[in-house]
Design a protein. Structure first.
Length: 456
C-alpha cells in the first residue's frame, strides 16, 4: 500500500508538472502573434505605435505606396494633387487587401485547428487515464486529478476561442468582409482624393472593413435586422461612407509661417490633370480614370478617359433616356446640354456596368437608361410590335415578329430596323440607318401607332 501510494503521488506530481508546463506554453503562446491577431486583426493603424512615431511611419508608408503606384522616383508627395493622392489611395487599398486576406486565412485556419486540438486533448486524456489505470488500478485519486486537469485544459481552449469570429462560419465572415470591400471600392470609383488627410481617412476607413470588432458588429446587425426582414440601412452600419470632398486641414494650416507673410511667394506650378475635352467645372474636377469609368457607364468605346464626340453624344442620350425612363433626376427634364454636373456624376457612379456583355444587350446610353429593367424593355417591344402591326394594316408587307424577351436581341434589332425604314417612308421623322433605340424612335413609335390607311 505504501509503495502504491508513493507511486500514485509521483504520477500525480508528474501529471501536474506536465499540465503546468503545457499551460505555461499555451499562455506564453497567447501573448505573441496569435493574441495580437485575435485582439487587433490586421492592425488598426496603417503603421503607428505613438503620435510622434506615427507621423514618421505614415510618411514612410505613403512613400512606399507612392513607389508601388508607379509614380516617378524619387516620389515627392504634393500638398494638393488629386491625381497623385487618388492613385496612392487605390494602391493602398491593394496593400490592405493583401493584409486582410492573410488575416482571413489565419482566422479560418484557427477555426479549423480548434477541433483538432480538442480531439488531441481528449485522446491524450483517455490514453493517460488508461495507462495510469494499468499501473495502479486500485487508486482513484490520481485518475480524478488527471481527469480534472485535462478537462480544465479543454475548457481553457474553448474559452479562448469563444468570441463571435470563431463561432461564425468562415464563409459568413468572408462574405461580410469581401462585400464591404467591394462596396467601398465601388463607392469611390468616381471620387478623387486631393490631400494626405483625404488619403489617410479613406485608407483607415477601408482598413476598418477587416477589423474584428467591425466584422462582428456588422454580422450582428445583419443577423438581428435580417431576422426581422429589415434591410440594414447605411446609417445602421459601423462603416462610414468614403470621403467625397477635399479636407485640407492641418496639411495647409501647418504650412503657414508663424510670423506671418514674408514677401511675395512664387506660386507652386499646378499639374493640369483635367480630362481632355472637359467643359464644366465638375467635369474638370474629374481624373481621367474617373472619366473612363463614366464612359463605361455610358456604353462608350473606347473608354479612353477623355470627353470626345462619342462621349458628348452619349451624355445627350443619357439625358434623353432619363427623361423618357423611370428614373427621377432633379432638373433633367429641361437639360438639353451635353455636359455633366455632380448630380449626374453621382448617378453614374451607381451605374458602373458596361454595355459590353450586358444581360439586356444594350447598344447605347439611351437604351440603358430609358429601359433599365427587363420589364421596361418588354414595354418597348410591345410598343414596337404595335407599330409593326399598324404598318401591316396600312398595307406594308414583310413585317417581322417582335420578340417579348425583355432583351435587345437580334429579333428586336431586326424589327427596329424594319420599323424605322417603313415609318420614315410614311413621313415619320426617324432615321432609317440604324437598328438601335434612340429618342426619335421612342417618339416615332407613338406616331406610327396612329397611322391611318390612305385612300388609294
Amino acid at each position: 500500500m505504501f509503495i502504491g501510494v508513493g507511486c500514485d503521488a509521483r504520477v500525480a506530481r508528474n501529471v501536474l508538472a506536465a499540465f503546468a508546463a503545457l499551460c505555461l506554453f499555451m499562455i506564453c503562446g497567447c501573448q505573441t502573434e496569435d493574441a495580437l491577431y485575435l485582439k487587433r486583426g490586421p492592425a488598426a493603424d496603417l503603421a503607428a505605435t505613438d503620435t510622434v512615431a506615427a507621423g514618421r511611419a505614415q510618411s514612410r508608408y505613403f512613400q512606399y505606396l507612392c513607389t508601388q503606384s508607379g509614380l516617378p522616383s524619387p516620389c515627392v508627395l504634393p500638398v494638393l494633387d488629386s491625381a497623385t493622392w487618388t492613385l496612392i489611395v487605390h494602391q493602398g487599398m491593394n496593400d490592405i487587401d493583401r493584409r486582410c486576406d492573410a488575416y482571413l486565412q489565419w482566422l479560418d485556419d484557427k477555426k479549423r485547428s480548434r477541433g483538432a486540438w480538442q480531439r488531441q486533448i481528449s485522446d491524450t486524456s483517455a490514453a493517460t487515464t488508461a495507462i495510469m489505470a494499468v499501473v495502479n488500478p486500485e487508486s482513484a485519486v490520481p485518475l480524478q486529478i488527471v481527469g480534472q486537469a485535462f478537462n480544465l485544459l479543454s475548457r481553457s481552449i474553448e474559452n479562448y476561442n469563444s468570441r463571435l469570429l470563431f463561432e461564425v462560419e468562415s464563409s459568413t465572415v468572408n462574405s461580410v468582409v469581401l462585400r464591404a470591400r467591394a462596396d467601398f471600392r465601388q463607392n469611390i470609383q468616381l471620387k478623387a482624393f486631393s490631400t494626405r488627410p483625404d488619403a489617410e481617412y479613406a485608407l483607415r476607413e477601408y482598413m476598418r472593413r477587416c477589423m474584428p470588432y467591425a466584422i462582428e458588429t456588422q454580422i450582428n446587425n445583419l443577423s438581428t435586422l435580417g431576422a426581422q426582414g429589415i434591410v440594414v440601412p447605411q446609417e445602421a452600419t459601423i462603416y462610414s461612407p468614403p470621403v467625397s470632398n477635399a479636407v485640407i486641414g492641418q496639411a495647409l494650416v501647418g504650412s503657414l509661417p508663424m510670423e506671418g507673410g514674408r514677401g511675395k511667394v512664387k506660386p507652386t506650378p499646378q499639374h493640369d490633370d483635367a480630362p481632355v475635352g472637359a467643359k464644366s467645372k465638375d467635369e474638370k474636377a474629374l481624373h481621367p480614370t474617373q472619366v473612363a469609368a463614366i464612359q463605361r457607364a455610358l456604353c462608350v468605346k473606347p473608354d479612353n478617359g477623355s470627353f470626345g464626340p462619342q462621349t458628348r453624344q452619349a451624355i445627350l442620350q443619357l439625358k434623353q433616356g432619363l427623361r423618357h425612363g423611370t428614373s427621377s433626376i432633379e432638373g433633367i427634364q429641361g437639360d438639353k446640354t451635353d455636359t455633366l454636373n455632380t448630380t449626374l456624376i453621382d448617378f453614374l457612379q451607381r451605374k458602373t456596368s458596361s454595355c459590353v456583355n450586358h444581360e439586356r444587350l444594350y447598344a447605347n446610353a439611351f437604351e440603358k437608361y430609358a429601359y433599365q429593367s427587363s420589364g421596361d424593355v418588354q414595354s418597348f417591344q410591345q410598343s414596337l410590335q404595335a407599330c409593326v402591326s399598324n404598318l401591316t394594316k396600312v398595307g406594308i408587307g414583310g413585317a417581322p415578329v417582335v420578340p417579348a424577351s425583355g432583351l435587345f436581341d437580334s429579333g428586336t434589332r431586326n424589327a427596329i430596323k424594319w420599323a424605322r425604314h417603313e415609318s420614315k417612308a410614311k413621313g415619320i421623322a426617324v432615321s432609317d440607318d440604324t437598328n438601335v433605340a434612340t429618342e426619335d424612335l421612342h417618339i416615332g413609335l407613338s406616331q406610327c401607332r396612329e397611322l391611318e390607311p390612305t385612300n388609294g
